[in-house]
Design a protein. Sequence first.
Length: 736
Amino acid sequence: MTATLGEDAQRIDGRDKVSGKPIYAADRILRKMVHAVPVAATVRKGRITGIDKSGAQHTPGVLLILTHENFDRLRPVQFSFAGGTAIQSFQPLQSAEVKYRGQAVALVVAETLEAAQEAAALIRVSYSEDASATVELNAPGGTSVKQAVATPFFKDFVAGDPEAAIAAALVRFEQTYLTAPQHQNPIELLSTVAEWRGDQLIVHEGTQAASAMRAGLATQLGIPLEKVRVLSPYVGGAFGQRGSISPHTVFAAVAARRVGRPVKLVVPRAQVFHATSFRAPTEHKITFGADTDGRFVGGIHLVRALTSRFDLMPFTGQESTSRMYNWKTFRGATTLIQGDVQTPGFMRAPFEATSYFALESAMDEFAIQLGLDPIELRLRNDTHKDPISGKPYTVRKLRECLERGGERFGWSRRNPQPGSMRDPDGTLIGWGMAAGAYPYISAAAVATARLSSNGQLTIDVGGHEMGQGIRTAIAIVAAEELGIEADAVTVRVGDTAIAPQHVTAGASGAVTSLPPVRLAVRDLRTQIDRLATMQGNSRVEPSGYVGLMQRAGLKELVGRGQELGPQAQPDVLQKIEQGSIAFTGPEFPDFVAFSYIAHFAEVRIDPRLPTPHVARYVSVIDCGRVVSRRTAMSQAYGGIIWGIESALSEASEVDPRYGGFLNSNLAEYAMAVNADIRDLDVSFIDEPDERVNALGAKGVGEVVSVGAIAAIANAIHHATGKRVRHFPIRADDLLA
């Protein structure tokens, strides 16, 4: 395959994936490997008063049963946003305390998976339950904490005095929106294979953050960092769930050390809902003030978000909403509500997916209040200067996204009156739109390019292949630089032994990995040109690389590249090696950078059974230069589908009496199926933004979900006249 930036080139690992060649963590079968199964708490809060292991101990094949009474004493590990590497600071199996339903309270290790499962089901745990537990955002018993006070790093976003400006405004708007808790549910379950080779721990696990996992394990186990290696060549989906170390990983490591054999631990789907993080429920109060033409004089975005009793998971969605439109004044602030749940975390478009449901629903309502077309309201408030810092934006093509999207969708044919558009059979038709933005963030990375004397190019770099196609993007850049076929490029990522592996999240993977890869290959090219000159050639073509190296007696040429990114500190690579989060952006010394999107949705609703269906969808994306068109399109489709299912079906259901999540399976956690997804039309502005990096590329994987939920909610209002200010929106919300 010939590699050219921006072309619709096939994925370099596509054939391998459809033929089952990649090995994921749970696929590992090691010599003398045994299996571990966790046991989950069945109360929402309390203390363990007794554990009856008698039935489990007599199950044939059982090797070890671990509880808080005999588990290794672990060293404390900090929550990732408190300077640590873990999804939460609380570690199960260290005390009799139960802080949330579903917390692991025992671990069974056996010769076979079946034996471990049978024994786990026979363990009987008794509890002293604490009736004061609260598991809902707005239930009594939660503790309110002002985020900016408790965690000053996550400041409020403030420009001017919006309260005064809105109070004096000629037109005002205020409304509150609610969002549901959700779980990521990638196809690959949380799974670990841990083995000890002498005093060295080897962990095979699908993760977005191999270096953070390595550092977290070293901390918990009290061993040197260099004694831990994490390998994650492929991840079967992550979506924020695997951005820090979760408790199950150290369970496997401890069990493997205790039995002296490799241990495989695959967390059952029902337990995944409690064994790691989730998207927290939130409440958003949006307030606008504007003149009679709809130009804003002030905006306020106040958020309440659920967190755990032991960690303050920040919510920073106002970083984007505060910079979306031409606010003359603005305030964005978060209040965290501490409840009896595991610490929430990231889920695709972590804060913006919910923030923009609120903002863009409010924009639609405000446009109706003003008698303006929703596109026009957004265009009147477009800006090329950041309202918070006053710095200019880099390439911002939101206007082009809106205008092109409206043209492709046929927006001019829309009758703005709710309920006015119908099929001949009476089916209600609704057309809605929304805009979105996601911050440009990146991290430092190093890359090594090795050209062997047989013509094969191997790239080693920090990054994780989670299905998004990072290997393909890397291969395209490397192959184009060297003038070879992408098929001749092998890409190695997700291995702590080859390079520091910063967390791949926030649409930062490609923009972090690609610049140092480009530099490493250019270093190779310089060496090739030097060899050619020494051999009397002015320049050698790719077909001559092998001969050139053979004549020089070289088995390998090695090129190296390093990219620290704008505003990075000199010690950033050392921090990444130690597992720290080291993102920079979206605000840099001289500019602010975002990706942008415009969404247009058509919904159809049978008024007799008002279940909305998305019939047609158009998105236009400004993400800088498109390096790998096929994988970018794949990311766009995935993000839009996620928006559709979030809008119409996806939610984690909580029973306040018992805690935990009730629909902890793929039968009752309602996600979209093929029949729910009809016509998706995606296009890119594809204009390089060279201020952010030499390739001019910005992230695409997160922005594609931002605003999608609101576009569908706005279309439902247009179809029915009913404004639903929460998601998911179901038939009972639309019944008269």
